[in-house]
Design a protein around this ligand. Structure first.
Ligand code: C2E
Ligand code: MG
Ligand code: MG
Ligand code: MG
Length: 288
């Protein structure tokens, strides 16, 4: 009957929640060891100029090669790292390693590094960034820090102070995943950003849904007025390259120009060519 069915559903949810919590706890324990055991590595994805088609930089994307589970997605383990403060040593390792790797590449392209809101709330962040730059010898204007607008949620003076002291070091600030959170335009006015990354959810299917294209066009118009660069994230097809170019985004990042690869692979491809070639075998998302 309905009552028994309700109890069954209840039991199912409890079991599911418990299973998730256990997985989370296991992952947290494993993550605690992952750095020391060399299970973390960084993949780099090209960012291409819409105008010249040259690769102008790479985004550092953290990877975890779990001994039993295989590749665990950062979408899964970064939140666990943030809740457990593991993001501090891990985030510092990413900053130091990505700066050191990019400093050795044969061309002075930019390196974009994601900074968690948790790291961003730490007073020590500017000192860690300064030390990563000094130790690697990377020129500060090659470094971009990608931040999401959630840093503004606990609105206080320290957020703007932090942005100011990072900016003073000569690096570039990037607003990541724009359009997915609260997307207050006031953030753009208040903070010294250099670039907006338009979230993939707008890029995905922009060719099919004119509302996505309209939103991208509007964001680009605001960015142009404020003299900010724009990167369209998640571009997967040749059609999307052309649409994004028409909509006026200054940069493109996505599988069409390359999936994230190792630092050594980046060094090799930078040594070989100056131009990005679309790898798009797929001509349409509909074919997937
Ligand atoms: P994000 O910073 O927005 O990074 C872009 C994500 O989109 C990456 O996923 C990338 O692999 C994926 N992507 C790029 N091009 C395409 C495409 O054409 N199609 C599709 N479907 N996806 C594409 P990834 O590597 O799984 O990272 C997910 C998120 O995890 C990142 O989103 C970022 O928020 C976080 N993350 C990754 N590495 C780090 C890190 O070192 N520190 C912190 N705090 N967060 C990180
Ligand atoms: Mg990012
Ligand atoms: Mg993003
Ligand atoms: Mg994201």
């Amino acid at each position: 009957d309905a009552k028994a069915e309700g109890r069954g559903r209840h039991r199912f949810f409890r079991t599911e929640l418990l299973r998730q919590a256990q997985t989370r706890k296991i992952l947290e324990d494993d993550l605690r060891q992952a750095l020391d055991r060399g299970e973390l590595w960084i993949a780099y994805q090209p960012v291409v100029s819409t105008l010249t088609k040259a690769v102008v930089g790479y985004e550092a994307l953290l990877r975890w090669n779990h001994p039993r589970l295989g590749a665990v997605s950062p979408a899964e383990f970064i939140p666990i790292a943030e809740d457990s403060s593991l993001i501090d040593p891990i985030g510092e390792w990413v900053l130091r390693t990505a700066c050191a790797t990019a400093a050795r590449w044969p061309r002075p392209v930019r390196i974009a590094i994601n900074v968690s809101p948790v790291q961003f709330a730490r007073q020590a962040l500017p000192a860690i960034v300064a030390s990563a730059l000094a130790n690697s010898g990377l020129a500060s204007d090659r470094l971009e820090l990608e931040i999401t607008e959630s840093i503004f949620l606990n609105e206080d003076a320290s957020t703007e102070r932090m942005l100011g002291s990072l900016k003073q070091m000569g690096l570039r600030l990037v607003l990541d995943d724009f359009g997915t959170g609260y997307s207050s335009l006031a953030y753009l006015k208040k903070a010294p950003f250099d670039k907006i990354k338009i979230d993939q959810s707008f890029v995905r299917g922009a060719a099919l849904d004119p509302r996505n294209a309209a939103i991208i066009r509007a964001v680009v118009a605001i960015a142009d007025t404020l003299k900010l660069e724009t990167t369209a994230e998640g571009v997967e097809t040749q059609d999307e390259i052309e649409l994004i170019a028409r909509l006026g985004c200054s940069h493109i990042q996505g599988f069409v120009y390359g999936r994230p690869v190792s630092g050594d692979d980046v060094a090799a491809s930078l040594a070989n060519s100056a131009e990005a070639t679309p790898v798009g075998l797929k001509t349409s998302r509909l074919s997937r």
